[in-house]
Design a protein around this ligand. Structure first.
Ligand code: G3D
Ligand code: MG
Length: 201
């Protein structure tokens, strides 16, 4: 079975671990211990009748990636960049996280990895119109594959953001014949399974 490796980056407390938990087990826990180093979880997806394992690497970082966590970027296929919409500074820093991952990773075709932007905790505020414009501007000006207001708490848009990323990864792989990825992405089944949760240094 082939697998895809997806990194999850963003400021501390933006909701990275919560989003991963939402994606792999469709649940939300009010109290999380902080992530040390990195953790990864797996979920299975069915893509054009082929089962793939997606590893979600939840990279902890205060201001930037640690020396060891940088190594995890190398063979990644895509990235979820998370900001906390209720804390503007974390939204601003999403571009810094994108740039930092780009420094340590490139796709198999030498291009930068597909990344989606999640402005998380949208359950906490009524999304003002200017926030939508800001999201669109961030996406367009920084070359994100897509941008979403998400809530790990309610589940809002979590699967949509994930499907957007997987779609983009698959499309990219189809453009690059050296990979063995399937060329169509229509049937992403998000019926997924929490396989494991492991901690790394
Ligand atoms: P991190 O992994 O990016 O550091 P966590 O962030 O997933 O640990 O989440 C940090 C805090 O934000 C947690 O609260 C968590 O419950 C909360 N949180 C995460 N996602 C959401 C969301 O979508 N909506 C709301 N309202 N809260 C969210 P605590 O209180 O444990 O610090
Ligand atoms: Mg965490």
């Amino acid at each position: 079975m082939s697998y895809l490796k997806v990194l999850v980056v963003g400021d501390v407390s933006a909701g990275k671990t919560s989003l991963v938990t939402r994606l792999v087990s469709n649940s939300f826990q009010e109290t999380y211990k902080s992530t040390i180093g990195c953790e990864f979880s797996s979920k299975l997806i069915t893509l054009n009748s082929e089962v793939k394992r997606v590893q979600l690497w939840d990279l902890a970082g205060q201001d930037r990636l640690g020396a060891v966590t940088k190594l995890y970027c190398r063979d990644a296929h895509g990235v979820i960049v998370v900001g906390d919409i209720s804390r503007a500074e974390t939204v601003g820093r999403t571009t810094k996280w994108k740039a930092e991952v780009e420094e340590y990773s490139t796709g198999p075709d030498g291009r930068s990895l597909p990344m989606v932007l999640c402005l998380n905790k949208c359950d906490l505020i009524v999304t003002p119109e200017h926030a939508t414009e800001q999201l669109q501007a961030l996406v367009q000006e920084n070359g994100f594959a897509g941008g979403f207001f998400t809530s790990a708490k309610t589940g809002y848009n979590a699967n949509e953001a994930f499907a957007c990323l997987i779609t983009m990864i698959t499309k990219r792989n189809a453009e690059n014949p050296s990979t063995s990825q399937p060329s169509k992405y229509a049937n992403i089944t998000l019926a997924l399974q929490h396989i494991n949760r492991k901690s790394c240094c």
